[in-house]
Design a protein around this ligand. Structure first.
Ligand code: SAH
Length: 313
């Protein structure tokens, strides 16, 4: 395409590469390219479910509320969260926003009765308990050097950037998605938990990265065969979600500890004493600042008629 039509923006490059990447594989887990929090431990999805259940109950437990998730991967988070939500009395519909056929198939195995959508705009007109874990980081970013948009060109047999220098990033695709979430919450009620790696304040420079086989790779190598992500700018997301109420941003480690991951790890270890070390190691991996605890952040968005979820009150 570049040879025929000339350089394309970083945004278009990332969008096309990731569309092919996700459409053609299940990239998650030890045998794949990267491992996400719900794949580290069931405790992650269970605490997401507990936070949503508590918020739903304090909102009066509306029976028409639905569970919704953006980019649900293998469906592991949804299965773990819905188990806890079910124990709290929630029996609502399940709506998954997912474009990848192989991942839809994985989700169907773990979340019976789910319905699928291509975009947030297609969610049904009901209150939602919505989760997005490592969804926004996969949506394309634009890169700017001064006033010039950075593009990808061909030089000989290789791909190259058209311009280098101090970089600023923004993302119309992320803004469109979060604006749709906020609009849905404002119109129909509910709460959304956005969990991703990124920063609480704008202005971090070049954060585009490629991951393959659990290691960093060259972002211009093998387009469509490796995962492209960029840090999520939570300040920009929050600004764009102003149709609803936006909470502060907390680190994933603080959030999980305050939701009670220590107690959950202990009670699991009582039931499965032979796996006690595994639960302790998973808690450390999810919460330690040196591991996923500090880089990953959590922010909630909720309608004015619903309370702030636990930890954000
Ligand atoms: N939330 C999961 C998976 C994260 S990987 C987990 O935590 O394990 C990113 C997910 O977003 C995948 O399910 C991918 O197929 C989906 N995705 C990526 N781009 C998308 C888009 N434009 N629309 C809908 N889903 C998308």
């Amino acid at each position: 395409m570049i040879r025929a039509g000339g350089p394309i923006s970083v945004e278009r490059y990332m969008g096309l590469a990731n569309a092919h990447y996700y459409a053609t594989r299940d990239p998650l887990g030890v045998a794949g390219d990267f491992t996400t929090a719900p794949e580290v431990s069931q405790m992650f999805g269970e605490l997401v479910g507990a936070a949503l259940a508590d918020c739903w109950r304090r909102a009066g437990a509306p029976a028409d509320a639905a569970y919704a998730e953006l980019g649900p991967g293998r469906g592991t988070l949804a299965a773990d969260a819905l188990r806890v939500l079910g124990k709290a009395g929630f029996a609502g519909e399940v709506h998954l926003v997912e474009t990848s056929p192989p991942l839809r198939a994985e989700q169907a195995k773990r979340v019976p009765g789910a319905r699928w959508h291509d975009s947030v705009e297609e969610l049904p007109p009901r209150p939602v308990l919505l989760v997005a874990n490592e969804f926004f980081d996969a949506l394309p970013v634009r890169q700017w050097v001064g006033g010039e948009e950075r593009r990808v060109a061909v030089a000989g047999d290789a791909l190259v950037f058209t311009v280098d220098g101090p970089i600023r990033e923004d993302s119309p695709a992320r803004e469109e998605a979060v604006r749709a979430v906020a609009r849905h919450l404002a119109e129909h009620g509910g709460v959304a938990l956005v969990i991703d790696y990124g920063h609480a304040r704008s202005g971090q420079g070049d954060t585009l990265q490629a991951v393959r086989g659990h290691a960093f790779a060259d972002v211009l190598a093998d387009p469509g065969e490796q995962d492209l992500t960029a840090h999520v700018d939570f300040e920009a997301l929050g600004r764009t979600a102003s149709a609803a109420k936006v909470t502060r941003v907390v680190s994933q480690g603080e959030w999980l500890e305050r939701l009670g991951i220590a107690a959950r790890a202990e009670s699991l270890a009582e039931v499965h004493p032979e796996r006690a070390d595994e639960f302790a190691a998973a808690r450390k991996r999810l919460c330690d600042p040196d591991e996923m605890g500090a880089l990953f952040k959590v922010m909630a968005i909720h309608s004015r008629s619903w309370p702030s979820p636990a930890v954000f009150e």
